[in-house]
Design a protein around this ligand. Structure first.
Ligand SMILES: [Zn+2]
Ligand SMILES: [Zn+2]
Length: 391
């Protein structure tokens, strides 16, 4: 072995374990877990959890949201289906996704517009956008258009703060964010980052993207009077330099007070390890701060109490199977854990309250647990049916 090869071997042998150890320490290698564990939900006392998934009441046409993990949402409002910063990938640069997926991008169906707040990898995820079956338009901050791949049938729009775009009955208004969107080189000239206001008639919802605290929040409150806000709460540590770029959970509550909204949907947590705080730390802190301030918050993946697909007819025309869960089922697509209280004899489900949730590794061998395997879609099964369980 030559001298150079020997030095290379020594460097590899010493650096690889050190890199693996630090990656493990930083949480980059943590395996996917079900949403209660990944988001810290299970650490929130029951009395501090939201009791409803409605953004507001008293209006027949409030938007419905579905959290896709991190800062990603599917928004359905006035007949439009919008995606905001969707990222369903299993990695974000070096960080492994810790939230097991309840949805895959290829099952998102027809999307009217995808709104991208800025070009950071956790918000502009090209593989997710590419996997969406049909996508009419993509909206990005001006200057970030060149990151997008050409796609036949998809129009690309770029906006700066104050500019807007009409999508059906919805007005999409770009608003400022205390953040930037430098995708690769941290010292490159600063790329624009946006928030968005979605408005229909007198109702508006504000999506902050990534932002630090700033005067722009007061301006947005005055100009658009949003009824609900989707605010980032995670990736806050260390405060220097992140305070300029990301709200921490308590600042998100203060931002909601400045905005005067009826409810907050927290985001930017529970999915990827992007800083020194772990993905499960932000939500319990946010729940405590929201409770202390009397702020109502909503976690929209909880539709009906579990992260079920929104289509109630999920099992129609499907061949499903029930078996005992194993450790390998944690995070696998199409798997639902059916928890049945013990006892009850032959008619085990009669007069029982049962719940469905995603299986975790701890469920393997636990009493009263049954694994319900639901085929994901026609592409996977060849079955014929009319309802897409994931749309
Ligand atoms: Zn960012
Ligand atoms: Zn981010």
């Amino acid at each position: 072995m030559s001298h150079r090869h020997r030095i290379a071997l020594i460097i590899t042998l010493t650096c690889t374990p050190a890199l693996a150890l630090s990656a493990g320490f930083l949480g980059w290698l943590s395996p996917p877990r079900d949403w209660q564990l990944a988001t810290g939900w299970q650490k929130i006392p029951t009395t501090l959890r939201p009791s409803s998934s409605h953004l507001w009441t008293g209006s027949p046409s409030a938007p419905t949201l579905r959290w896709l993990g991190h800062s990603g949402f599917l928004v359905e409002w006035r007949g439009e289906r919008l995606l905001i910063d969707p990222n369903t990938s299993s990695r974000c640069t070096v960080s492994r996704r810790v939230l097991s997926n309840s949805i895959v991008a290829s099952d998102l169906g027809h999307i009217t517009a995808a709104l991208i707040s800025h070009a950071h990898y956790d918000h502009l995820d090209l593989p997710t956008l590419a996997a969406v079956p049909t996508l009419d338009q993509i909206v990005v901050p001006t200057g970030s258009e060149h990151y997008l791949d050409d796609r036949p049938g998809t129009q690309i729009h770029s906006l700066t703060p104050g500019e807007s775009l009409r999508v059906g009955e919805l007005e999409i208004i770009a608003v400022p964010a205390a953040h930037h969107g430098n995708r690769f080189h941290p010292l490159a000239s600063r790329q624009l980052a946006l928030g968005y206001v979605l408005r229909a008639g007198d109702d508006a919802i504000y999506y902050a993207g990534d932002t630090g605290f700033g005067d722009h929040l007061e301006d947005i409150a005055g100009n658009y009077r949003p009824r609900a806000a989707i605010l980032p709460i995670g990736a806050y540590s260390p405060r220097w330099p992140l305070a300029k770029l990301h709200l921490n959970p308590e600042e998100a509550v203060k931002a909601a007070e400045v905005l005067g909204v009826e409810a907050v949907v927290p985001c930017h947590f529970g999915t990827f390890t992007l800083s020194l705080d772990r993905p499960s730390w932000a939500l319990p802190r946010f729940a405590r701060a929201a409770h202390a301030a009397g702020l109502r918050w909503v976690m929209p993946m909880l539709n009906g109490g579990g992260d079920l697909p929104r289509n109630e007819n999920v099992l129609a025309h499907r061949t499903v199977s029930l078996r005992r869960p194993s450790r390998r089922d944690a995070g696998a697509p199409g798997m639902w854990l059916l928890r049945v209280p013990l006892g009850g004899g032959k008619d085990v489900l009669a007069h029982r309250t049962v719940s469905l949730r995603r299986p975790s590794r701890r469920d393997a061998g636990a009493p009263g647990m049954w694994l319900l395997q639901v085929p994901l879609s026609d592409r996977h099964t060849g079955n014929r049916h009319t309802g897409d369980p994931k749309s």
